[in-house]
Design a protein around this ligand. Sequence first.
Ligand SMILES: NC(=O)C1=CN([C@@H]2O[C@H](COP(=O)(O)OP(=O)(O)OC[C@H]3O[C@@H](n4cnc5c(N)ncnc54)[C@H](O)[C@@H]3O)[C@@H](O)[C@H]2O)C=CC1
Ligand SMILES: N[C@@H](CC=O)C(=O)O
Ligand code: NA
Length: 438
Amino acid sequence: MRPATLRVGIAGLGTVGVGVVRLLAANAELIATRAGRPIAITAVAARDRTRERGVDLSGLRWHDDARGLAGDPDVDVVVELIGGAEGPARQLVEASLAAGRPVVTANKALIAIHGASLAAMAERSAVPLCFEAAVAGGIPVIKAVREGLAADRLTRVGGILNGTCNYILTAMRESGRDFASILAEAQALGYAEADPSTDIDGIDAAHKLAILAALAFGRPVDFASVHVEGIRAVGALDIAFAQELGYRIKLLGIARLAEAGVEARVHPCLVPQTMPIALVDGVFNAVFAEGDFVGRVMLEGRGAGAGPTASAVVADLIDVARGTTIPVWGANAEHLSQVVSVPIGERVGAYYLRLQVLDRPGVIAEIAAILRDSGVSLKSMLQHGATEDVSGNDVPDAVPIVLVTHQTREHAMRRALELIAALDVVIEPPAMIRIEAG
Ligand SMILES: NC(=O)C1=CN([C@@H]2O[C@H](COP(=O)(O)OP(=O)(O)OC[C@H]3O[C@@H](n4cnc5c(N)ncnc54)[C@H](O)[C@@H]3O)[C@@H](O)[C@H]2O)C=CC1
Ligand SMILES: N[C@@H](CC=O)C(=O)O
Ligand code: NA
């Protein structure tokens, strides 16, 4: 007897949705062989029936309300590709799980914020809830952390988690082009979120970090407590100084088991140019995990775009077709307890500081005295005779000074920076970027 086709209902026919339609058609035979049965789309839900999407949607049942997929008798598995932590995406996923339908989603916002309760719903209905595409696009990082590293006690996890930001930082370094034109390019390539400030302000990376931390430590992190900074404040001067000091600037998400609990943070970092993660450029993401027996593992690949993301979505569909059952978070939901992230003030590490100061005698002595009194020890200093501010405008009599500190607690660093910012000779808010080994 021919095995039954797995019938798929897709909600959202944007970048990823169309990518999934295309991949299922292009690799249909290979997928059927690996899944043990054919996988075919039978229904879709999208906002605009008339839009030309460049894929064949003929013969598919069309739902104007995505929730219709949850009750469609010709759908065995629902694929949610609408996006957003609330609204239609959440309603569809909840309705599908409640109706006993497996769900595959690429929605990191939804999983980061409601993952624990959705997992409990999936467990109650004994159906899979899969989200490989939600973290680092095409890199099979959910499988790697949840299954490949299941035997280890993981102590640190994170990486370059946003393709749009990495694309922008790379292009700024390589071509010196302006932020807005590079962002527009990333949007045209299908990398950015519907609202690109989600990428630029670090929120998307934080969603992914929260998911990784939950998998790695078995404890969902309260999303609101994750420290998040984006890349808006990173200027061309910082990129150039970082280069001169032997670093590259990357937006990293880092979660680690600290004495006080789980520390989860997303912010731009100076990473030594000699570290492999510093060389991960463009839309590529890199995810690392550190375990007590395995040591350090790092995976690299395309973190955004139609093809890589569709690859992860369809891999999940193949798991559903095979009937693979793995607990959503690697352990049953009743073993999970939510944790609040350790505040960023507790971070201990080195810092890069860039100050725009008036070129007067004694300025450096004043700054050094504040650092000394705050218990912050200076490692090195750079000063050029430049007379440009961060936007490249001439500022007569002003010079940038760059300071690199030794390891210090962030509380102390911030206290010192407040005092430095208040000096009359400091004419712009100081820039502070944390230094990490990746
Ligand atoms: N673009 C990428 O590289 C990646 C995206 N993702 C995630 O995949 C999901 C989809 O992302 P994209 O395809 O890039 O977004 P998109 O904005 O290109 O597509 C979303 C589609 O959903 C449609 N939609 C909105 N409301 C709807 C509703 N009520 N019913 C049916 N359709 C509705 C929109 O019209 C749009 O066509 C998001 O959760 C995103 O975070 C995950 C990894 C990578
Ligand atoms: N907007 C995201 C898409 C993938 O998750 C990114 O740029 O990484
Ligand atoms: Na992935």
